[in-house]
Design a protein around this ligand. Structure first.
Ligand SMILES: [Zn+2]
Ligand SMILES: [Zn+2]
Length: 359
């Protein structure tokens, strides 16, 4: 009995410790196979609780706000700052920004940045961790991060981030921030219920809409860049991957939908290269620059704004997207099955783009 408490405690801590989880999966013979994504499935199913807690415009507004601000945490912080270093900031504001990114519940800052740098290095090649043309739509959208080999942080790809112990801590215990944020919504909702009953909300309702629904929708919003942005849209630049520019995806991801621009030149803070390419993340970063909180935003080089030669897709390069149908979970339909005749021009992998990033 004496050992029961420490044993339970250490088990509870290790459940939250991504380094401990990675140790279990690293070296496992089934590196390509999935582990059951219990937290994600639990969150997804829990969205049905909206039918129990009911609706209020206030709770919906909080869900929308937390979607918006945490999307910025992913696009403006995890992506444009940690992964690509397209601007600079102070150490304390870096920590504040990373807390915001971490609250999106999309794993830790080092894990995210390392996997993203890997994606740019091997875009749409067999090595790519999430390529719809290689392993199928659903794999690129969300299944990839449940593969055993993708559980661990690829620290070797982010030595510049690993030197900050506070970021390593957040990476190691990456569920603390989102759980605290979610838990805080309950007492806030209870107080609002008591003192501002006209808002029509309460603790549980605010938690379900503001945390559960918002986080699940946010996840799928970000994931469209790995899946849909490599399938649907136009291509301004002849990159050696399948990246596309897509206005709709740029709206829901605050500017990340200009993915072909980004794959061609990933070192600029801005991803919408022209004024009509709406890039809300960039506008927000410009706002932070005006406040003196971030600086040295990297511009889009003039040569990127010149007319580009039309991409010629030769017949042998136009291949169907069988990979979209290559869904490895029985009973889950592939996109190709829903869209008959869907094809995707795939660039040859013979020459990698000279503009792959310099992580
Ligand atoms: Zn991409
Ligand atoms: Zn990127």
């Amino acid at each position: 009995m004496e050992n029961a408490t420490p044993s339970f405690f250490s088990k509870a801590v290790s459940w939250f410790d991504t380094h401990e989880q990675a140790k279990l999966e690293t070296g496992h013979p089934d590196q390509e196979k999935w582990i059951f994504p219990f937290p994600f499935v639990l969150m997804s199913v829990s969205t049905l609780a909206v039918f129990i807690v009911g609706f209020s415009w206030f709770a919906l507004g909080v869900a929308g706000f937390l979607y918006f601000i945490r999307m910025f945490g992913i696009t403006g912080v995890y992506h444009r700052y940690l992964s690509h270093k397209t601007y600079k900031t102070s150490r304390w504001f870096q920590f504040a920004l990373v807390l915001l990114g971490n609250s999106a519940a999309q794993r830790g800052p080092l894990w995210w940045a390392a996997h993203h740098r890997h994606h740019h290095r091997f875009s749409d090649s067999p090595e790519d961790t999430h390529s719809p043309s290689q392993k199928g739509f659903w794999d690129a959208h969300w299944l990839w991060w449940s593969r055993r080999k993708n559980v661990a942080t690829r620290t070797e790809l982010v030595p510049d981030l690993a030197k900050f112990p506070e970021l390593v801590f957040l990476d190691r215990f990456d569920s603390i921030v989102p759980l605290v944020m979610g838990a805080l919504l309950i007492p806030i909702g209870m107080l609002l219920h008591r003192y501002f009953p006209a808002l029509g909300t309460n603790g549980l309702q605010l938690f379900v809409w503001g945390f559960v629904v918002s986080t699940v929708v946010l996840f799928h919003g970000v994931a469209t860049i790995n899946s849909l942005s490599h399938v649907y849209g136009s291509r301004r630049f002849k990159t050696t991957d399948t990246s596309r520019n897509n206005f709709l995806l740029a709206i829901i991801t605050l500017g990340e939908g200009w993915h072909n621009n980004h794959h061609h030149y990933c070192n600029s803070t801005r991803q919408g290269f022209f004024w009509w390419e709406i890039d809300i993340t960039y506008y927000m970063l410009k706002g932070l620059e005006k406040l003196g909180l971030v600086w040295d935003l990297k511009p889009v080089p003039e040569r990127m704004l010149q007319p580009q030669p039309k991409e010629v897709v030769r017949p042998h390069e136009v291949v169907p997207v069988p990979a979209l149908a290559r869904v490895r979970i029985a009973g889950v339909p592939g996109i190709a099955g829903m869209v008959p005749g869907l094809t995707s021009p795939l660039a040859t992998q013979a020459n990698r783009s000279p503009d792959v990033p310099n992580p």
